[in-house]
Design a protein around this ligand. Structure first.
Ligand code: CMC
Length: 428
């Protein structure tokens, strides 16, 4: 980190604050000593101007619509790589050799089964429970089953629990789906790829042969790549904050899943498809555009806008072309795709969306693909959680391995009552 300085005048005092530069991206003003030197805090609800850590994993240039994992553009990874390879890259920093990739895939594959007793957890949930509710509970419960890998001070155990999480999350997600539709759980088949295995665990039934459609496997694998990591987003920051206290990784992932569920974050893919269904036909689009622009209406265009991207989300570009591939492979169409394309066109020519730089994000087209593959909308955010687990795990590992790591403990601008005396109940 190269050094520069910013000067701050406060209460007649002048202090110098170090300014650090990363390899690319905006500089950061280091305010760590601010409170000690001035008695003041910085104030940044929603962290719109705050870097919470340094990280070498993922870089986003929101103005240019750039997303890099360990330096590699997301478009190149989506086109040429596999989810297993991207997982290795996120965790280890470099693309693997063939031998390293084989070894990593073998390790993940060997961990795909879950403790048999974990399956009894599912029957405690209502059949109509949202699968994200089930995911929060079951992933949180993993620490009770894999207690032998929860010593976070041991790098070997950290690696084992990381591999367990990446390997078991598809099994857990598929079981959540199977439980909701009343079908028996399907055990992993380790002859299949990570994504092929997940498709089989989700859609196979014991009564029939199941064949993975290669084009669908490839498309879903690409969707997993597109969701694998995204810098310090809300759920990743949640995982880091939970982990900063020394909580075990299984508990941290459950915290991440809970945060991801919100409609402003991972829940937007479900909300986006529900919105497209509500809109229905292109002739009704303008009404919804008008609602999205109305300050007195809480309605927002789901799958539109992003805290960081003020340009087209590069993941949405890949997603849009994947819709066509999946339709072709499955020989299906969905009129909602036409509605989505038209909605995008109308929104992007409307001054409200242009001025606020609101573009389609990763969630805008993903639901159309997932729905064509056969996933119900309630599973969309589960798939996001499945893919994001590797990002959470990589970010958690990076944080724990940092010798300067501290518990995350933000401060506040207090606006409550000043000190006052307790009034006995009889006098109130
Ligand atoms: N529809 C209509 N207006 C919008 C939208 C939208 N989707 N998104 C933002 N705006 C307006 C907002 O009303 C505000 O207007 P004004 O300045 O007049 O008050 C302005 O744009 C800035 O919005 P903001 O809420 O201050 O921006 P933010 O950075 O806090 O929020 C966001 C980002 C993603 C939460 C928001 O754009 C949104 O709610 N989008 C819809 C939900 C969605 O698609 N989320 C998925 C994000 S990508 C997947 C992921 O990473 O999880």
């Amino acid at each position: 980190m190269s050094e520069n300085q910013a000067t701050l005048n406060i209460d007649g005092k002048t202090i110098d604050l170090p300014v650090h530069s990363g390899t690319i991206g905006p500089d950061v003003i280091d305010v760590r000593k601010l409170y000690a030197q001035t008695g003041a805090f910085t104030y940044d609800p929603g962290f719109t101007s705050t870097a919470s850590c340094d990280s070498a994993i993922t870089y986003i240039d929101g103005d240019e619509g750039v997303l890099l994992h360990r330096g590699y553009p997301i478009g190149q990874l989506a086109e040429n790589s596999s989810f297993m390879e991207v997982s290795y890259l996120l965790l280890n920093g470099e693309l693997p050799s063939q031998a390293e990739l084989d070894d990593f895939s073998r390790t993940i594959t060997r961990h795909t089964m879950v403790h048999e007793q974990l399956s009894s957890f599912y029957s405690g949930f209502r059949r109509d429970a949202h699968p994200m509710a089930v995911m929060c509970g079951v992933v949180g419960a993993l620490s009770a089953f894999y207690h032998d890998s929860t010593d976070i001070a041991d790098p070997v155990l950290r690696k084992i629990s990381s591999h367990r999480l990446i390997a078991k999350i598809p099994t857990i997600a598929a079981m959540a789906y199977k439980y909701s539709v009343g079908q028996p759980f399907v055990y992993p088949d380790n002859r299949l790829s990570y994504t092929g295995n997940f498709l089989r665990m989700t859609f196979a039934v014991p009564a029939e042969e199941y064949h993975v459609v290669p084009e669908v496997e490839k498309a879903l694998d690409r969707i997993f790549i597109l969701h694998a990591d995204h810098e310090q987003n809300a759920s990743t920051s949640t995982v880091r904050l939970a982990g900063s206290s020394g909580a075990n990784p299984f508990a941290c992932m459950a915290a991440g899943i809970a945060c991801l569920w919100g409609p402003a974050h991972g829940g937007a893919n479900e909300a986006a498809l529900n919105m497209l269904r509500e809109i229905g036909t292109p002739d009704r689009i303008q009404h919804y555009i008008d609602r999205a622009k109305d300050k007195n209406d809480p309605f927002r265009l789901m799958g539109f806008g992003h805290r960081v991207y003020k340009n087209y989300d590069p993941r949405a570009t890949v997603m849009q072309s994947t819709v066509r591939e999946v339709f072709q492979a499955l020989n299906v169409t969905d009129p909602l795709f036409e509605t989505a394309l038209r909605l995008e066109e109308i929104a992007l020519s409307d001054p409200y969306f242009v001025e606020k730089k609101l573009f389609p994000n990763v969630d805008f087209y993903s639901g159309i693909i997932l729905s064509a593959i056969g996933f119900p909308t309630t599973m969309f955010t589960v798939l996001f959680a499945l893919a994001r687990t590797v990002g959470w795990v990589a970010q958690w590992n990076e944080m724990i391995a940092d010798p300067g790591q501290k518990i995350g403990r933000p401060r506040q601008l207090y606006t409550g009552p000043t000190p006052r005396d307790y009034v006995p109940l009889a006098q109130r």
